[in-house]
Ligand binder design. Structure first.
Ligand SMILES: *Cc1c(COP(=O)(O)O)cnc(C)c1O
Length: 465
């Protein structure tokens, strides 16, 4: 009974998001409720659920809401929620063994291959997010460059490996280089051009210079949608350089790569199909509930070479439950793994690729519409070109605000206001407002409200200052 109520309440919640603030700060008494001592005695499910309704649900992160444009977060769907509930009921462990949940994940791997035009020999698997997927790619590129004995010997202090990415790459790329033991001193952050894409000439020059000093270039990481502005690197150009230099070509497609599902946007990603590996997130533009990151690899054997483990308790049988021809725990860092594939399978089948592509295309059209509004609004100015779904702009203010601090203040006011929530970033050191349109619920009304509220708070702050 209580289970039915919980489900009904959540479905009602999703159907009435607009009636509540996008975000509100939790009051001290709510935070205090989460300093409770260990629960020795059982509590009625209805009571715990009532606490959820009063203490958790009203104080979420806002990414369900149509006005959410902060950072890059997916909006989720009711179908994804229901599928996640079924996965929880099933409680499957996707590390390995012979059961159909593994076949569901294998089905997604093969669909992902088709989405990105990768060959039959490619493989991949779910991970928590693109941060982990980018990390896995660095580990694979390392094995590819120096051989899998590095798993025993470690890189050692004599390592000459050097990697390349753009100055606009996501912070998880340096972190992955750090975690892989390469060291961020060996990551070259190549400058970008006017469109905020990696500068190919500067990249080639850096590779040549590193080879001249005896270093070993091994990896290029391109961005299919940078986190700051949504810029898409010249992926075909990067693929050419990687081929000429015999380097692993990895693409961080967390933000943008699923836009290949939109026929009008797909040409922007030419060259992506030539990558050696691709990290992306179903939990962003795929609208699958958190978390659902993915690594796709051209040569599936490279994953096995990087992660395969011979532990005796994981021995395979010819038949029976200990059989099965694919054990994902051989292809990634995790042993026990949840059933991320199920919510993805439900999402892709229920909505279909056409609808997902249309929603991505609509997000980008809203971004272009927002950019147009900003160009025509004397109080606002565009801070970067709009390639995809990210719009960086600024409130025009007194010339002495060289840091753009009014924009940071406007973003804070907007969050407390609870109607639209962009985030803040810095372009050439100056604070700007950044709207990343990812949610399938976002509409032209949200764009109008964003303009209106930014101008409102901008004027109010200007008058104060
Ligand atoms: C979100 C994002 C990441 C990190 O992905 P997570 O799923 O949050 O780990 C990496 N790169 C880019 C460009 C992103 O937008």
């Amino acid at each position: 009974m209580q289970g039915h109520r919980m489900l009904d309440d959540m479905i009602d919640h999703l159907a009435s998001l607009q009636e509540r603030p996008l975000w509100q700060p939790a009051p001290p008494e709510v935070r205090a409720a989460f300093k409770a001592p260990l629960p020795d005695e059982p509590t009625d499910l209805a009571e715990v659920h009532a606490d959820f309704l009063g203490l958790v649900l009203p104080y979420g992160g806002g990414n369900l809401h149509s006005g959410f444009m902060g950072w890059v977060q997916g909006g989720g769907t009711p179908v994804g929620m229901l599928a996640d509930m079924l996965a929880g009921g099933l409680n499957a462990n996707l590390g390995g063994r012979d059961h159909i949940p593994i076949a569901v994940e294998a089905q997604i791997v093969s669909w992902v291959r088709d989405i990105f035009g990768f060959p039959e020999t490619s493989g991949g698997l779910f991970l928590t997010g693109a941060s982990q997927a980018n990390f896995v790619a660095v580990l694979m590129a390392r094995v590819r460059a120096v051989g899998d004995q590095v798993r025993r010997t470690g890189l050692g202090s004599q390592s000459r490996l050097v990697a390349y990415t753009s100055a606009e790459a996501h912070g998880c790329i340096p972190r992955a280089i750090d975690m892989a033991g390469i060291g961020t001193d060996q990551l070259r952050m190549i400058p970008t051009n006017h469109a905020r894409q990696i500068d190919l000439e500067a990249l080639k020059a850096a590779i040549t210079a590193d080879r001249a000093t005896g270093l070993t270039p091994f990896l290029i990481v391109g961005s299919a949608g940078t986190v700051n502005t949504g810029a898409i690197d010249d992926l075909a150009g990067l693929a050419d350089i990687a081929a000429d230099e015999d380097l692993h070509f990895h693409v961080d497609g967390a933000l943008g790569s699923l836009a290949v599902l939109a026929p009008d946007l797909k040409p922007l990603f030419a060259g992506l199909e030539r990558a050696d590996s691709l990290a992306f997130d179903f939990h962003k533009w795929g609208q699958v509930p958190y978390d659902a990151g993915f690594i796709l690899v051209r040569d599936a054997k490279l994953l096995r070479q990087t992660f395969g483990a011979p532990a005796a308790y994981l021995a395979r049988a010819a038949t029976g439950l200990a059989g099965g021809d694919w054990w994902p725990s051989d292809d990634g860092p995790d042993l026990s793994r949840g059933f991320r594939a199920l919510k993805t399978w439900f999402t892709l089948r229920t909505y279909g690729l056409g609808a997902l592509g249309a929603s991505i295309s609509a997000n980008c059209a809203l971004a272009q519409g927002l950019a147009d509004r900003i160009r025509h609004e004397p109080g606002l100015e565009l801070a970067a070109p709009v390639a995809l779904n990210v719009v960086c702009f600024a409130y025009r203010t007194r010339a002495d605000d060289t840091e753009g601090s009014i924009n940071a203040a406007i973003v804070e006011r907007l969050h407390l206001d609870g109607i639209v929530a962009p985030s803040m970033t810095r372009i050439e050191g100056k604070a700007v407002i950044r709207a990343a349109i990812v949610n399938h619920r976002t509409s032209i009304d949200d764009i109008e409200r964003l303009i209106e509220r930014v101008l409102f708070f901008g004027k109010a702050l200007d008058n104060q200052g």
